[in-house]
Design a binder for this molecule. Structure first.
Ligand code: HEC
Length: 446
């Protein structure tokens, strides 16, 4: 309700600001101006994507580009469509939340309504330094090994590349940096570690269709492959991100012989992408000998695999609720110890028909939201780190709830080729999933 209200008031402001633009140059003096107020905001919150060669369709890095787009900037920020950020509803506070404050949104409204005045260039406010996450010196630096040209016959090309991490001893990952080679083509990247026993099957899948790597969708292993170990998501990159650090005091363990799969999503819908990409992965490790001082993190899945989404369904709900012990096959305490777990990272996962995602914990009749994505968009997936870790005990009930639309409009928007029908769990683009990955660490005290 609040969201649709925000969206419609955004539209209203768009109309108002268009009217304001028509003749009146706007008052000069105390109102916000480009050089004093708007440029620093755009530099800090927008130009990670809205830059020449960036993922967004237009740059917002010059006075002319911002001025020309003022009504659209005011509307997109008032509707909270920009900057993109998926967690909402009752989600806990997350690290790296890019959302603008009400005061910032209001400032952009007033600026657009006043005709987007530039102000005094000689007196320009300093632009903020780009937000950079310092992971320390990486010890692994590998790329996909190919100058990969995305498949122009697809609207979205999901390509997986297996990379050797060259580990001769066990290490703990403390930081990760993913650097796309071609920012105009790469929409997002997910890096997953597989055990040495999975290596042969992963490598065999590469090049089968005459192109480097293999096609993958929704997961990082090739269709049909059942991993022998538990794949561990190491991290993800989305436009605007710099690098990712493990939460303080934790590390993600890697064994000798483990390989990583770099899954790259190339978006071919926006611009005709023909330039090659070679995405790079860098890993920083805990100094040798300090590993025992860190808590190990691991990725555990929570899924509702019994999906029956009827043809034409609107707001179809699939929900699974089990205790943490039942999710762990009755081995919660055996695996994780008597004190339970801390959730330090969360990812939700559905496909194209997904609409609303909620993951909750219920303890003694009290329900806490772990992650809520009220406006699911397959193309904006990421992992999120709660500012305050959330603990899970053996008897807590963890509920995953996924809402879908299986309407013809929704299928068309998702690029479906098959005729209308029931949709079930599966790996294909036209199948669905209802899945969460929790990055967890054992609790050392109750
Ligand atoms: C994470 C990358 C990213 C960030 C950060 C970002 N944008 Fe965008 N923006 C996009 C992309 C991509 C599009 C194209 C539409 C889409 O894919 O949703 C877009 C579209 C837009 C549009 C056009 C929307 C429309 O259809 O009218 C405006 C205006 C805009 N952004 C403004 C901003 C402003 C202002 C900021 C900062 C406050 C910002 N964006 C931050 C990626 C980003």
């Amino acid at each position: 309700m609040t969201k649709s209200h925000a969206a419609s008031s955004g539209l209203l402001l768009l109309l108002v600001s268009c009217a304001g633009n028509s003749g009146d140059p706007g008052p000069s003096g105390d109102g916000p101006t480009y050089y004093q107020d708007v440029a620093p905001l755009l530099a800090g919150s927008c130009s990670g994507c809205h830059v020449e060669g960036g993922v967004a369709p237009m740059a917002l890095t010059t006075p002319e580009s911002a001025q020309q787009r003022a009504p659209a900037i005011a509307a997109a920020t008032a509707a909270r469509l920009m900057p993109p950020w998926m967690p909402g509803g009752d989600s806990p506070a997350m690290h790296n939340d890019p959302r603008l404050t009400d005061a910032q949104i209001d400032m952009l409204q007033r600026w657009a309504q006043a005709g987007a005045p530039l102000g005094d260039a000689a007196n320009a406010a300093a632009l903020p330094a780009p937000k950079v996450v310092d992971i320390g010196a990486p010890e692994v630096s590998v790329d996909t090994g190919h100058d990969y040209v995305p498949d122009s016959r697809l609207r979205d090309d999901y390509r997986c590349f297996v990379v050797d991490l060259g580990l001769t001893e066990a290490r703990m990952v403390t930081g990760l940096r993913i650097t796309p080679g071609n920012r105009a083509a790469v929409h997002h990247v997910i890096v997953t570690a597989y055990v040495a026993a999975d290596r042969a099957a992963l490598e065999a899948a590469q090049g089968q269709d005459g192109r480097p790597g293999y096609q993958c969708f929704g997961r990082s292993e090739p269709p049909g492959m059942t991993p022998q170990g538990f794949p561990q998501m190491l991290g993800a990159w989305a436009p605007g991100a710099s690098a990712l650090k493990q939460p303080e005091g934790t590390g993600a363990p890697l064994e000798v012989g483990q390989v990583a799969v770099i899954q790259v999503h190339y978006n071919l819908r926006a611009q005709g992408v023909t330039q090659p990409d070679r995405t790079r992965l860098e890993l920083a490790f805990a100094p040798k000998g300090t590993e025992s001082t860190l808590r190990e993190t691991m990725t555990i899945p929570v899924a509702d695999p019994q999906l029956n989404i009827p043809p034409g369904a609107v707001d179809h709900v699939e929900e699974a609720a089990l205790t943490a012990d039942a999710w762990s096959g009755g081995f919660f305490t055996f695996f994780f110890g008597p004190n339970g777990l801390d959730i330090v990272g969360l990812t939700g996962h559905m496909h194209m028909l997904g609409k609303h995602f909620v993951l909750t914990r219920t303890r003694a009749g009290q329900t806490t939201t772990l992650l809520e994505i009220p406006r699911w968009d397959f193309h904006w997936q990421n992992g999120y780190q709660p500012v305050q870790s959330i603990d899970i005990r053996s008897s807590d009930v963890v509920t995953i709830r996924c809402v879908y639309d299986n309407t013809s409009e929704r299928r068309e928007a998702g690029g479906f080729l098959s005729p209308m029908g029931e949709v079930n769990w599966g790996e294909g683009t036209e199948d669905e999933m209802c899945l969460a990955f929790l990055q967890v660490a054992r609790r050392t005290a109750p």
